[in-house]
Design a protein around this ligand. Sequence first.
Ligand SMILES: [Zn+2]
Length: 417
Amino acid sequence: MRLPLRPVSRLSACCCYRPAAFSRQFATAQSTGDAAAAAAASQQQKQKSQHPQTQQAQQRTQAAASDSRVHIVEVGPRDGLQNEKTAIPLATKIELIERLAKTGLGTIEVGSFVAPKWVPQMASSDEIMEHVLQHKISSPVPISYAFLVPNSRGLANATAILQQHADAYVAEVQQARELAESSGESSQAPVFKPAVELAVFAAATETFSQKNLNCDIATSLERFREVISAAKKIFPASVDGQPSPTPLRVRAYISVVLGCPFEGRNVDPKRVAQIATDLLEMGADEIALGDTTGMGTAPRTKELLRSVTAAGVRHEDVALHFHDTYGQALVNTAVGLEHGIRTYDSSVGGLGGCPYSPGATGNVATENMVYFLESLGMKTGVDLDAVADIGSWITGEIGKANDSSVGKAVLGSRSRL
Ligand SMILES: [Zn+2]
């Protein structure tokens, strides 16, 4: 496994943001009103900066996007649980992850390497990473486990664990599938090596960035440039013990893209698009647009996606992350589907909330998302019955109401049989 060439360290808080050459090119094209030139610049730069394997992965994603397959990213164990006030036992978190792994979900976000004093609930993320690497969690499909690494220190902590288990994971789920197929155990249930991916999170407004990350957006992006660059130097070991040619995938969140608890609903979609192109140019594989407050509406979701596309970001590089605070998450999902987006985040039982929006409900429930997508003829590969059971169980475990209307309906209809 290759490691960062030099020790990662905390960046200073001073702001010396210098846009990359691409950003300047993009800005010039934009200022001349030439959206097509901006899009071409983005595409050109992205192709240049992509690793061949990343391109292959994106071609696969592109193929998937052309049909009815939708990828659901389960964020319950991280986004869903991180704001819970009562400490949740590690055993409960692990049981949640292991149960979710059996439902057909392809990506589960399971931890965050953030300072425990800020998010105590995520203090066990190192043990969770050890667990998913050391235990062969059975699953019907290969799974990628995602961990947030908000800064260089978080990345260093994650890297230290990955280094100890370099042969226990792969960079992409496709490799896990190929490995399982080549193991010659086709008569039995295949055992997949887990993939691991890392995630950073920026904000779309200055106030949210200051409150959540203690720095302005420009400074946060400079930090992420270092984190993404270092993450892209992590290569799992391949079968022959040599480093895999594919580095870890990195997802980049942008929070409050459709409404900020401090600056209101009118978040500038062009600013979001600019941040997205900056993060892709830094090497991020995917941009997750987060409606953290659930203030998004269908028209503004459409406007946002148009802005992001006009900036040259491809549909297959975008995931949508809706909270259901105002009950608009599935309406906005429909807008995203129409726009060609095929990756959506959701949280079992509707777990989650926003610490800066008192009373805000959580992420859109995975049960609701699966039911909605399947009702449109889309394919999620997720076992709705199993997810409904997990939603009922985990909300009971942490003493919260089950926020999934579909989950409750599924359980209710079963009890009537
Ligand atoms: Zn969220």
